[in-house]
Ligand binder design. Structure first.
Ligand code: TXA
Ligand code: MG
Length: 339
């Protein structure tokens, strides 16, 4: 299959993307978080093609994207808490897990009795949803298990020849996937941290629970609240180890291993202190910048040609929690604490 290159700044290309989606096609689309691999959520054949193109396990459910709240009424049960969150944060980087209605195919919800929904803010994505006239199922547009794509070039590196088109909307503004909150039951649960922080959610809902899987590896065979969290994720081919320490201890640790096929993932400007090949992912004190840069940096790590890369660990509060959560998975939960 030839993957068409479409431009998000060309109205004719946006119309083309919408038409491909109406016909059951797969189109990678820009959102404010990461690029999504979209298909008509109500077309079972089209949804199956998403799983095949990504190599995604069947039991990992998809997020359904809508442009207006009215589009949700046939898909999901809006609970009072969900309405409050939608009012505060939509359109934007927040996904709500809600009781699903029967029109949602099992393929979309992974057989669960809930469905995840989001109203994205990116103007190109919103236009594609409106013009296609259907809700769009869209996981991140990467090969399953690898880092999410934040540019059209990332999408093509993973999926060229496997999808109908990619709609180029430039680099994603936020860079980590949406915050996922389960509001289907009495107790709201944060399933995946993102740019909408726990503090922001608490302001609207009061105290909220955080799923164990946000910071801990899944137990073998355990049932997890969000199926996506049990799979290996975001990982470069190179072994990655997260180091919790200050810069001085980090530099001493990696420099002692210089010449042993060791590399570093550090914060901007820190490369000079390191005697090993290094890539950076934003400033030490700017979690938003780290979020924006993280997946691009993870994609660049294999090119360093090292056996193992040691990564500086970010702050674990606010948006930093989302960055830390992705890095933990990319490192397969391998973390070293230096005194
Ligand atoms: O920012 C985003 O959310 C991006 C853009 C494209 O919208 N999408 C995205 O999709 O990150 P994906 O498929 O890569 O991640 C969806 C996550 C997975 O961890 C999945 O297990 C979880 O949401 N999820 C989906 N439906 C769920 C459900 N019904 N219950 C619990 N978790 C669910
Ligand atoms: Mg993903």
């Amino acid at each position: 299959m030839r993957t068409q290159r479409l431009s998000g700044s060309d109205p004719a290309d946006i119309a083309r993307a919408a038409e491909l989606l109406q016909r059951g096609g797969l189109v990678a689309v820009p959102t404010e978080t990461v690029y999504g691999l979209a298909a008509n959520a109500l077309n079972v054949q089209a949804v199956r093609r998403i799983f095949a193109a990504k190599g995604r396990p069947q039991d990992n459910p998809l997020i359904v994207h809508v442009a207006k709240q009215e589009q949700l009424t046939e898909l999901a049960e809006m609970t009072p808490r969900a309405l409050r969150l939608a009012q505060a944060f939509w359109p934007g980087p927040l996904t709500l897990v809600l009781p699903r209605k029967s029109v949602v195919p099992d393929e979309v919800s992974g057989g669960l009795d809930t469905v995840a929904v989001r109203m994205p803010a990116h103007p190109v994505m919103r236009e594609v949803i409106v013009q296609s006239g259907v809700p769009l199922a869209a996981p991140s547009a990467n090969r399953s298990g690898g880092p999410s794509p934040t540019t059209a070039a990332h999408v093509l590196a993973d999926l060229d020849g496997k999808i109908d088109a990619v709609l180029d909307g430039g680099a994603c503004a936020l860079g980590v996937e949406s915050t996922v909150v389960d509001v289907s039951a009495e107790q709201p649960v944060l399933l995946r941290p993102g740019s909408i922080t726990e503090e922001q959610l608490t302001e609207v809902l009061g105290p909220i629970k955080t799923a164990r899987a946000v910071l801990e590896p899944p137990e073998q065979g355990a049932r997890v609240a969000s199926p996506g969290m049990k799979y290996q994720h975001y990982a470069p081919k190179t072994q990655l180890v997260l180091i919790r320490s200050d810069l001085a201890a980090f530099a001493a640790f990696v420099n002692a291993r210089a010449g042993q096929s060791v590399g570093a993932l550090c914060f901007s400007g820190e490369e000079e202190a390191l005697a090993v090949p290094a890539l950076s992912y934003g400033s030490v004190d700017d979690a938003l910048e780290q979020a924006r840069a993280l997946f691009g940096a993870l994609r660049g790590l294999d090119a360093l040609g090292c056996k193992v890369v040691y990564a500086r660990s970010p702050q674990e509060t606010g948006v930093g929690l989302a960055v830390y959560n992705r890095l933990l998975r990319a490192a397969g939960f391998e973390v070293l604490e230096l005194a």
